[in-house]
Write a protein that binds this ligand. Structure first.
Ligand code: NAD
Ligand code: UD1
Length: 315
């Protein structure tokens, strides 16, 4: 069995690739290394890593002409909301056109594929009054990023409706864990807090720290991924990937303090423009197919820090 993972050198993609390899599935990766890193995927042979842009339509087509894939997992994207606002046209090419091309190549060359999974985002909900956010809630995309994720998600569904391609979209909430890059201002906040603790630098809370998020440890995402990959009754569906619990940023900071056993300087500044105050996922649909998140925020952060220690030991 062969899988193609786009964006496989990134944070989530590298964990998904590892899960597939551990289950004896040959993994091919396409990644332009814009935010990903080859160090994330030492377990993939160089010959199966295609350092290419997902918008290189001819190259993508040539891959499908050459290989028959059992699974395609599509994660490559312009992931920064701010960058999609600055580059609406270019981000459309990466986040919509390339997804559509991929679906079309599958239809043309690989119609017997067993699963196509697309990485969508909780960003599609935008600001909603009601909580938790359910896949039946209205959508309200507030950025090119959110519009593009929604569009690709709907194309993904349409290829199931029209052509019977077994597709699924997953709306990720706030995923965290090893290999998440903390370097940008818009990196996941947990990776930023962790980095500040490591470097003993000041952390800035935007707002009062009472905003909540549904923080999902990467192993729980991998569990959900594996469940949908192996379920043939969910084609054409959309799932939230969350834990069903919300945690404030102040609580998260406290858990880091407890684990590090020291504190770092911190300050409260004005809220980020357009920031969402409260967010968490309704995961009942996922629970119905056997999902049961294993990591509370405390357990997830502890696991995350254990991984940090083990990689520091290796250096
Ligand atoms: P990441 O930046 O670590 O991974 C994205 C990968 O895609 C990187 O390896 C990058 O080099 C690659 N890439 C980007 N543009 C590309 C292009 N044009 N051609 C080829 N490769 C390209 O981010 P991640 O957190 O692992 O995100 C994976 C997916 O999940 C993305 O689609 C993202 O939008 C989505 N998502 C993530 C979260 C989260 O909490 N991390 C939340 C919602 C949605
Ligand atoms: C996440 C996505 C974003 C998407 C949004 C929509 C990530 C990294 N971002 O943003 O792409 O548009 O969901 O739902 O997954 N914060 C601080 N200090 C910091 C950094 C962040 O206080 O240094 C705060 C933010 O203002 C926010 C919270 O922490 O209130 C979480 O921030 P972040 O990790 O960027 O995630 P989202 O805002 O949920």
């Amino acid at each position: 069995m062969k899988a193609l993972v786009t964006g496989g050198a990134g944070f989530i993609g590298s964990h998904i690739a590892k899960k597939l390899v551990d289950n004896n599935i040959e993994v091919h990766i396409i990644d332009n290394l814009s935010t990903g890193n080859l160090e994330n995927i030492p377990f993939i042979p160089k010959s199966n890593i295609h350092i290419k842009d997902i918008t290189d339509l001819e190259y993508i087509e040539s891959l499908f002409q050459k290989f028959e894939y059992t699974y395609v997992i599509h994660l490559a994207a312009m992931v920064s909301v701010v960058e999609t606002i600055e580059k609406p046209v270019q981000s459309n090419e990466v986040n919509i056109d390339a997804s559509l091309n991929l679906l079309n190549c599958i239809k043309e060359y690989n119609p017997n594929i067993q699963k196509v999974i697309f990485a969508s985002s909780a960003a599609v909900y935008g600001k909603l009054d009601g909580l938790p956010k359910s896949v039946d809630s209205p959508i309200n995309p507030l950025s090119p990023y959110a519009i593009q994720k929604y569009a690709s998600e709907q194309y993904t569904k349409m290829y199931n409706d029209l052509y019977n391609i077994p597709t699924i979209s997953l709306r990720f909430f706030n995923i965290y864990g090893p290999r998440q890059n903390p370097k940008s201002d818009y990196s996941g906040v947990l990776s930023i807090i962790n980095q500040k603790f490591i470097e003993n630098q000041k952390f800035t809370f935007f707002g009062d720290g009472e905003q909540t998020r549904d923080f999902v440890y990467i192993n729980d995402l991998v569990q959900a991924f594996w469940l949908v990959l192996n379920n043939d009754n969910v084609h054409g569906e959309v799932f939230n990937i969350g834990t069903g619990k919300q945690t404030t940023l102040n609580e998260v900071f406290d858990v880091f303090q407890e684990n590090y056993n020291y504190t770092i300087p911190y300050e409260y500044k004005e809220e980020r423009q357009g920031d969402i105050k409260y967010s968490y996922a309704d995961v009942t649909k996922l629970q119905k197919i056997g999902y049961s998140p294993q990591y509370t925020i405390k357990e997830g952060i502890r696991e995350y820090l254990k991984y940090n220690e083990s990689t520091l030991d290796e250096k």
